[in-house]
Design a protein around this ligand. Structure first.
Ligand code: ZN
Ligand code: MN
Length: 480
């Protein structure tokens, strides 16, 4: 860990590429945009293959989605938008240039500025954006290794998919901050309806980092938000403690090795020889269109957070965990149709259900466990039909199987124990094993709690907590 002074010298910026997964077709041609699971080079045409003599045609739905993205992050939508060519040679880039947007050299990106709000360590922070741009995705290299033979194939199905790129200002000081920004951008775009994050590779991130005004390191090839944080932590330490780098470099994050490795010297913007895309006329963005899109913006995470706090009286921290993932927030609201205790539902959902999903790598969008089932369980705990500990162990199974809670309980013969005589025997056993608990127990609430806990352990957490506590009190008082 770096000291606070050292941390403040660290500057992190992010470039986030997001596929507009709501679109049916690619950015400049009518090819279908659902390339996942398709045969290699099935979704291609002369335009996205970049054959000579073809002309790109801008997908107007992509422009509308990009405008919505700008508005969601309060970026200024530019009245005049022009595409540029970014020239570089790479096998996945069949034209030897990418059609993108650039805010210099005669180009104009769709959005300027904007920001995202995160809350970190109990504080709200605004991370400003530099620009938002629309561009095409390159193709994909597929590496195949058979014995000692390594081959690389090129699949152009992804070439030409519409991407929105968000470039933040390099103002983050901590790796964790970068992860929170990514999570917030993701949930915002999912609420907006332009991104389905369950599609693999639909949101990708490059991070750049510098220390004390030194050389800039760009880390590419980071697959998950957790890895962004790890890669940045690695660079943070290296930058602060090892000799300074001479020049800017591009690095690749090796997930398995847990280190970054230099892949090349970082190119400068000049190296890309940006110039206006001659095949696409500049676009004048109609203000009425922008207003219409603004009017139809759905509820976004920030507003939803405020509503959760206001309408359901949730603590801010709990509410922000819910809205960090749209499907979790949706699950919560659906469960409330069957329960009138928002706080308990939110608590059980974020603490138990989400934890279980994560542990077993279940995508909550595809979970068999339904909101109604969670509400049922919460209600049973409230009514005293289950102890919290029993409910946890029921959840453990049904979150994965989706089995109805009542059926599960019936099938397993699970029931709460309310028999005071049974408690008495177990309490005496606990006191026998730990005789020092007997002293002054009747006046010490913590010892009573402790005894209750020991009894619960012996009874698999099935003891009715109120009856048990009464029984413990009665017994220790008698003992005194
Ligand atoms: Zn095509
Ligand atoms: Mn880009």
């Amino acid at each position: 860990m770096l000291s606070q002074e050292e941390t403040s010298k660290l500057k992190i910026g992010l470039e986030i590429h997001v596929q507009l997964t709501n679109l049916k077709t690619k950015l400049f041609c009518p090819c279908p945009s659902d390339y996942r699971g398709k045969k290699p080079n099935e979704n291609v045409c002369p335009i996205c293959l970049g054959l000579p003599g073809t002309l790109p045609q801008v997908n107007s739905k992509a422009i509308e989605s990009a405008i919505a993205v700008c508005l969601a992050f309060k970026a200024k939508v530019q009245p005049y938008v022009a595409f540029s060519r970014k020239n570089y040679f790479y096998p996945d880039m069949n034209k030897n240039y990418q059609i993108t947007q650039y805010d210099k050299a005669g180009g104009a990106t769709i959005g300027i500025g904007g920001h995202v709000t995160i809350s970190m360590d109990g504080e709200r922070r605004e991370i400003p954006f530099r620009r938002i741009q629309l561009e095409e995705d390159p193709g994909r290299l597929v590496h195949v290794e058979k014995g000692s033979v390594r081959k690389t194939y090129i699949d152009y199905n992804r070439a030409g998919i519409a991407l929105v790129e968000v470039v933040t200002e390099p103002v983050m000081h901590q790796p964790k901050e970068a992860r929170l920004v990514l999570e917030k951008i993701q949930t915002t775009l999912e609420h907006l309806g332009v991104l389905d994050p369950s599609f693999e590779g639909s949101m990708r991130c490059d991070a750049n980092v510098s220390y004390a005004g030194g050389a800039r390191i760009e880390i590419k090839n980071i697959n998950s938000f957790r890895e962004v944080e790890q890669a940045l932590r690695f660079e943070e330490l290296r930058l602060a403690y090892l000799p300074k780098l001479e020049s800017n470099v591009t690095k690749r994050w090796g997930e398995k090795e847990g280190v970054t490795a230099t892949s090349r010297e970082k190119e400068t913007e000049e190296d890309y020889r940006y110039f206006p895309e001659p095949d696409i006329p500049p676009i004048l963005v109609d203000e009425k269109l922008v207003e219409r899109i603004r009017r139809h913006l759905p509820e976004l995470p920030d507003e939803r957070l405020e509503r959760f706090i206001r309408a359901y009286k949730l603590p801010e921290k709990l509410a922000s965990i819910l809205v960090m993932e749209k499907p979790v927030a949706d699950f919560f609201e659906e469960a409330l149709q069957f329960s009138n205790d928002p706080k308990e539902v939110a608590y059980w959902l974020t603490n138990e259900v989400v934890r279980r999903w994560r542990e077993c790598d279940v995508d909550c969008r595809k979970s068999k466990f339904k909101p109604r089932n969670l509400a049922k369980l919460v209600n049973m705990v409230k009514e005293g039909a289950l102890t919290p500990r029993m409910a946890k162990s029921v959840l453990w199974d049904v979150v994965l199987t989706g089995e109805d809670v009542e059926e599960y309980i019936e099938r397993k013969g699970i029931s709460i124990i309310r028999d005071p005589n049974m408690f008495k025997q177990v309490i005496l056993k606990v006191l026998e094993e730990k005789p020092n608990l007997r002293e002054n127990a009747s006046k010490n609430e913590r010892i009573i709690d402790f005894i209750c806990g020991e009894v619960q352990k012996k009874l698999d957490g099935r003891a009715d907590p109120i009856i048990l506590r009464n029984e413990v009190k009665k017994l220790v008082e008698e003992e005194d």
